[in-house]
Design a protein around this ligand. Structure first.
Ligand code: GTP
Ligand code: MG
Length: 175
């Protein structure tokens, strides 16, 4: 089995831990506590495109609070993939995500790293269209320009979460 290291980065409360828990445990917690330092989890995926390939992701879920920012390089160093997460209802969180993308490209280089931009909390726009504060077209255009993978998801409903890891799996495997 192939093992790849994946790191999650992004502002506090955008839903990094919730995405990981949806992927690893298929569960969601309305009252998840903010991560302290970082958390480690692992999960395997069977690639749909390459039937005989199973990938194990070793996942570092970092803490988004500003006071932990200096720890991030420990987790993104040697990473094969990064999920940079923002909240589709919080435009500032996209600005923060973009600064993580710049830091990753500067410090790790996008030759070695598969980066996926992820807009989370899509369920909030489905119940109330005015909740959306980041246009999907804008995030998509930015991702294209920066050569990032891009997904909008909901950790709450699970929509799109599996696709992130399938697509990243294919990319790290084919690299
Ligand atoms: P830090 O650990 O502080 O960096 O935050 P985080 O990015 O890990 O966020 P976390 O997963 O703890 O989620 C923050 C809050 O948002 C929690 O109350 C979650 O229940 C909620 N949340 C996360 N994902 C979703 C989602 O897809 N939809 C909705 N409606 N709420 C979500
Ligand atoms: Mg967290």
């Amino acid at each position: 089995m192939l093992q790849f290291k994946l790191v999650l980065l992004g502002d506090s409360s955008v839903g990094k831990s919730s995405i990981v828990h949806r992927f690893v445990k298929d569960s969601f917690d309305e009252f998840r506590e903010s991560t302290i330092g970082a958390a480690f989890l692992s999960q395997t995926v069977k690639l749909e495109k390459h039937q005989d390939v199973t990938i194990k992701f070793e996942i570092w879920d970092t803490a988004g609070q500003e006071r932990y920012k200096s720890l991030a390089p420990m987790y993104y160093r040697n990473a094969n993939a990064a999920l940079v997460v923002y909240d589709v209802t919080q435009p500032d969180s996209l600005v923060k995500a973009q600064s993580w993308v710049e830091e990753l490209k500067h410090k790790v280089g996008d030759q070695d790293l598969v980066i996926c931009l992820v807009g989370n909390k899509l369920d909030l726009c489905e119940t109330d269209a005015s909740a959306r504060q980041v246009d999907v077209e804008d995030a998509q255009a930015y991702s294209k320009e920066q050569k990032l993978l891009f997904h909008e998801v909901s950790a709450k409903t699970g929509a799109g979460v599996g696709q992130i890891f399938q697509e990243i799996g294919e990319h790290v495997y084919e690299r």
